[in-house]
Design a protein around this ligand. Structure first.
Ligand SMILES: *Cc1c(COP(=O)(O)O)cnc(C)c1O
Length: 399
C-alpha cells in the first residue's frame, strides 16, 4: 500500500482541488489592526507607550491576573520570569522535552539546567506522576507547557510544588484561551508566559507577555525588560517634564513597541471569535478522521477549556503501514502546509552534546516526535480550506 503514495493520477486529481498553497498557521489580521498600526505610525510615538499599556490592561482583564508585563517574545518572558525568581547557575528547572526549544533555551539563558520529565502519551503533557522523582535539592521551578492548547494537570503540579517549596512558571504560548475549572490561564500559578509570535492564537508579529499576581515580580520584570531602568521611556519623554532614570541592574532589551501592541489590542477583541472558529474546525477534523488508522487528540477533560492551538494526528508506521514523513511529503506536495510539534528538545545536538541525552531517555516524547503531524488550524481557514485538508488526509490513506 505504502508504495502507491504519490501516485501521479492521485496527485493530479488533488491539484484540481487546490491550486494555491495553504500556509500553515497564517494569522487572521483584520482592518481594525491595520488601521491601529497606521494610527501609531502617524502618532509620532511608535515605541513603548500608551498602546502597550492598553494591551497590558486588556490581558490583565482577559486572564484575571493582577499584573501583565508586555515583552518582545515568550522566550524573553520565560527568561525574565526565571530571573525574577533568582534562578541561576547551580539551579535546576523541571520541564517537558515535548516543547519548542525556546522553553529549554530560556532556562539555559538564566544559567540553570533544564531537567526533563517524560510526557503522558495521550495528552502529550508533562506527566505529573514522574515529577517528584526528578526533584533534587537544586530544583527551584517546575515549568509546565500547555502543549497544543491542552492544560497540564495544574492541581497536581501545584500541590507537588507546594510540598517541595518550588515555584511554578507556565509556558502558555499555546494556551491564551485556556480555562482550568474556575481559573483562567494567566492567573493559576506564580508566573505565566504568553507568545504573540505569528503562528500563535493571538499575534503581534513578535511579542510576549508575563502575567502574575505578585507586584514585586511585576515591577522587577518591567525594569529587567528595559535595561534595568527604574522609569519607563514613555514617562521619561512625556509631558511631565524631563525625568532622570536610574539603572538598578543591567537589564535586557525585551520591551514591546506600540506598533506591536496596536495589533494585540484588536487581536484580543477578536480572541473568542477566533477560538470559536478554530473549535469548529477542530470538531470537523475530529469527526472526519475518526475512521482513519491515526491517533487523534484525546477528548477534553470536563471543566477544562482547550485553547485549540494545534490539531495533531499521529501515525505509527507499525499500525498503519505509512509513516509520518510520507504524510508530510504528501500534504505539502498537495499544497497543504503542515507542521511538526515537536522534535523533542533533548534530541537536538546542543542538548545531546551538553547533557549527554540520547534516544531512549524520554520514550513517550520520542514516539510523539516521530509520529506527529500538525494540520492547519487557523481562524483564517475558509470552509473550502478545511475540506481540502480533510480530502487530502483521507486520500493519503486510500491511495
Ligand atoms: C512559540 C513558543 C515559544 C516561544 O515564543 P516566542 O514568542 O517566539 O519567543 C515558547 N514556547 C512554546 C511552547 C512555543 O510554542
Amino acid at each position: 500500500m505504502a508504495s502507491k503514495v504519490g501516485n501521479p493520477s492521485m496527485k493530479s486529481r488533488l491539484r484540481q482541488v487546490r491550486d494555491t498553497f495553504l500556509v500553515f498557521g497564517s494569522p487572521l489580521i483584520g482592518d481594525a489592526e491595520i488601521e491601529e498600526v497606521v494610527a501609531v505610525l502617524r502618532s509620532g510615538w511608535i515605541g513603548t507607550g500608551p498602546r502597550v499599556a492598553r494591551f497590558e490592561e486588556g490581558m490583565k482583564e482577559y486572564t484575571g491576573s493582577q499584573h501583565a508585563v508586555a515583552v518582545s517574545s515568550c522566550t524573553a518572558a520565560l527568561h525574565l520570569s526565571l530571573l525574577v525568581l533568582d534562578v541561576g547557575p547551580g539551579d535546576e528547572v523541571i520541564t517537558t522535552p515535548m516543547t519548542f526549544v525556546a522553553t529549554a533555551n530560556a532556562i539555559i539563558h538564566a544559567g540553570a539546567k533544564p531537567v526533563f520529565v517524560d510526557v503522558d502519551r495521550e495528552t502529550m503533557l508533562l506527566d505529573p506522576e514522574k515529577i517528584e522523582a526528578a526533584i533534587t535539592p537544586r530544583t527551584k521551578v517546575i515549568l509546565p507547557v500547555h502543549l497544543a492548547g491542552r492544560i497540564c494537570a495544574m492541581d497536581k503540579i501545584l500541590s507537588i510544588a507546594r510540598k517541595h517549596n518550588l515555584f511554578v512558571i507556565e509556558d502558555a504560548a499555546h494556551c491564551i484561551e485556556g480555562r482550568y475549572r474556575e481559573q483562567r490561564v494567566g492567573s493559576i500559578s506564580d508566573l505565566t508566559c504568553f507568545s504573540f509570535y505569528v503562528t500563535k492564537n493571538l499575534t503581534t508579529g513578535e511579542g510576549g507577555m508575563v502575567t502574575t499576581d505578585n507586584p514585586k515580580w511585576a515591577q522587577k520584570l518591567r525594569a529587567l525588560a528595559l535595561h534595568g531602568m527604574d522609569l519607563h521611556a514613555y514617562h521619561r519623554f512625556g509631558d511631565r517634564g524631563y525625568q532622570h532614570y536610574h539603572v538598578v541592574e543591567p537589564g535586557y532589551k525585551y520591551n514591546m513597541t506600540d506598533i506591536q501592541a496596536a495589533l494585540g489590542i484588536h487581536q484580543l477583541k477578536r480572541i473568542e471569535a477566533s477560538w470559536e472558529r478554530r473549535n469548529a474546525v477542530w470538531n470537523e477534523y475530529q469527526q472526519a478522521f475518526s475512521g482513519l488508522p491515526v491517533y487523534r487528540p484525546a477528548a477534553d477533560e470536563p471543566g477544562i477549556r482547550h485553547a485549540r492551538h494545534l490539531y495533531t494526528i499521529l501515525l505509527d508506521h507499525e499500525d498503519c503501514g505509512k509513516s509520518r514523513d510520507q504524510l508530510l511529503k504528501y500534504l505539502t506536495e498537495n499544497k497543504i502546509g503542515v507542521g511538526v510539534h515537536y522534535t523533542p528538545v533533548h534530541l537536538h545536538p546542543y542538548y545531546r552534546i551538553t547533557f549527554g541525552y540520547q534516544e531512549g531517555c524520554y520514550p513517550k516524547a520520542e514516539w510523539i516526535g516521530k509520529n506527529t503531524v500538525s494540520l492547519p488550524l487557523s481562524a483564517r481557514l475558509t470552509d473550502q480550506d478545511v475540506e481540502d485538508v480533510i480530502v487530502a488526509v483521507q486520500q493519503f490513506f486510500t491511495v
